[in-house]
Design a protein around this ligand. Structure first.
Ligand SMILES: NC(=O)c1ccc[n+]([C@@H]2O[C@H](COP(=O)([O-])OP(=O)(O)OC[C@H]3O[C@@H](n4cnc5c(N)ncnc54)[C@H](OP(=O)(O)O)[C@@H]3O)[C@@H](O)[C@H]2O)c1
Length: 240
């Protein structure tokens, strides 16, 4: 059976590491032409060469002019994956407001600017996949309220855009704990204890892998009847 992604152009923002890189590799494996976008140009070039991607770009998704420059010479995009982002933490009464705003800049406003930049170059039978996260439904008391709000907003935004951009499809992947460089950076020395705790409390008994989350993104991209959906991949974390 021919893949629905065969010869389709897939652009993955955040495709140079973790979940996005895994999605990019799997899309390529089923025949897509993949262009990855990361923040760091050296890393993006190296990752694209190592994986045989069709191209790479560097952009800071919080700076619209760099999104425009990254997409300027791409004539046509079939599937857009928007995962670029960081763990923006900080308590509402203490953190700098400009820092907290970043959670929305990396997500909602990055998506708005990317879609406006692409305009008619975005295929009518294409798709957009956003990322939210378990925080959207279950925030913590450790300074994640704004990130939780930004994550939840992506799910609502996808539902609205699924109507506004139709027949293009728009979905959100909501991952639980996925073992990526972001998780290691965020938890630092606490990563081991966190993973040990998951092995006792999470129904799946472990964090997810980038490959598992990447496969869910490829599913959302390739299944033509999926739109307006939030797909959870969380090892059962919402059940406990
Ligand atoms: N891992 C989890 O448990 C988890 C759970 C829920 C949600 N998420 C979300 O999933 C997304 C991907 O996470 P991950 O774990 O795969 O992280 P990761 O391994 O750190 O990858 C992040 C990717 O985003 C890019 N990026 C970061 N800031 C950017 C910016 N301002 N402009 C352009 N690109 C930028 C990075 O590029 P460089 O490599 O060049 O920096 C990299 O390609 C994030 O939005 C994260 O919040 C992750």
């Amino acid at each position: 059976m021919t893949s629905t992604l065969q010869d389709r152009t897939v652009v993955v923002f955040g495709g140079t590491s973790g979940i996005g890189l895994a999605a990019a590799r799997q899309a390529k494996a089923v025949g897509a032409k993949v262009i990855v976008v990361g923040l760091n140009p050296e890393g993006a070039g190296r990752v694209a060469a190592e994986n045989g991607f069709d191209g790479w770009r560097a952009a800071d998704v919080t700076r619209p002019e760099t999104i425009a420059a990254a997409l300027a010479d791409i004539p046509h995009v079939d599937h857009l994956v928007l995962l670029a982002g960081t763990f923006v933490a900080g308590r509402v009464l203490e953190a700098e407001v400009d820092h907290l705003k970043r959670a929305f800049d990396e997500r909602i406003w990055a998506a708005v600017h990317t879609l406006r930049t692409l305009g008619d170059r975005f295929a009518r039978d294409g798709s957009v996949t956003f990322i939210s996260g378990a925080l959207a439904e279950r925030p913590t008391a450790q300074g994640t309220a704004v990130l939780a709000a930004a994550s939840a907003s992506m799910e609502a935004f996808a539902r609205g855009l699924a109507l506004e951009l139709a027949p293009r499809r728009v979905n959100t992947l909501s991952p639980g704990p996925i073992d990526t460089p972001l998780l290691a950076r965020t938890l630092g020395a606490g990563r081991e204890a966190y993973v040990a705790a998951l092995s006792e409390t999470l129904p799946a008994r472990r964090p997810g892998t980038a490959e598992e989350a990447g496969a869910a993104i490829v599913f959302l991209m390739s299944n033509g009847f999926m739109t307006g959906e939030t797909l959870h991949i969380d090892g059962g974390s919402r059940l406990v």
